[in-house]
Design a protein around this ligand. Structure first.
Ligand SMILES: Cc1cc2nc3c(=O)[nH]c(=O)nc-3n(C[C@H](O)[C@H](O)[C@H](O)COP(=O)(O)O)c2cc1C
Length: 204
């Protein structure tokens, strides 16, 4: 049975476009996959703390060498990774913040990108361990970052997310974006993203 991890990140709750687009996508997708299960992780309602000195020590210590302090520091990371690995598919919604991603999402990524758990350092280089999965990225932006636009070159949201999730092994990523939501493009871009997501929900 397919299991989806649905991750929302916008601190805006009822007014969030990224949350709404992802929710609509999953509602449509669920009609074709009635037996699928979905876990919802809301990084705005349940923020992940920033990593600290003890956490970094734990990250680079083998589990059989943990002191109680190191074990406690890394426990949430293990819990989030267990949840992440138990999913077959991911639906991640996120606004663009300051050309990149919201801090809560960056913090979450710091917690789940871990050696031996989600990637391995081999003699041949780094190897992602999260394989045979797929992801839909639902992105919103206040300004126009469409391909070919003036700001396209400084979009560090989608390239970063594809890079970091690719690094841990997730290479099947469908990225949908609604641009210019604080401009005259808003209605047109929301409609375009909704249509793209609706189409994707039938085939994903
Ligand atoms: C702190 C902050 C930073 C933002 N930075 C950008 C940005 O760099 N580029 C952009 O296009 N929009 C930026 N925006 C606008 C949001 O991306 C836009 O309003 C988006 O629709 C928010 O998503 P949401 O509706 O899911 O909350 C920013 C908004 C906030 C609050």
């Amino acid at each position: 049975m397919t299991h989806v991890l649905h991750i929302d990140t916008s601190p805006r709750l009822d007014r969030s476009h990224s949350r709404l687009l992802a929710r609509e996508f999953l509602e449509q997708w669920k009609t074709n996959h009635p037996n699928a299960t979905i876990t919802h992780r809301d990084l705005a309602r349940q923020p992940i703390p920033y990593i600290n000195d003890t956490w970094v020590s734990a990250k680079f210590t083998s589990a059989d060498q943990y002191t109680p302090e190191l074990a406690a520091a890394i426990a949430l990371s293990d819990e989030l990774i267990d949840e992440f690995l138990s999913a077959d598919r991911y639906v991640l919604s996120t606004p663009m913040y300051n050309f990149g991603i919201p801090a809560v999402l960056k913090s979450y990524i710091d917690y789940i990108v871990r050696p031996k758990r989600t990637f391995a350092a081999t003699e041949a280089g780094f190897k992602g361990l999260v394989t045979n999965k797929k992801m839909v990225l639902v992105q919103t932006r206040g300004s126009d970052f469409r391909p070919g636009s003036v700001y396209d070159a400084v979009n560090f949201q989608e390239p970063y997310l594809k890079t970091v999730f690719g690094f841990i092994g997730i290479t099947d990523i469908e990225a949908i974006a609604a641009n210019g939501l604080n401009t005259h493009l808003r209605e047109q871009e929301l409609a375009t993203a909704q249509t793209a997501l609706q189409r994707l929900s039938a085939t994903w």
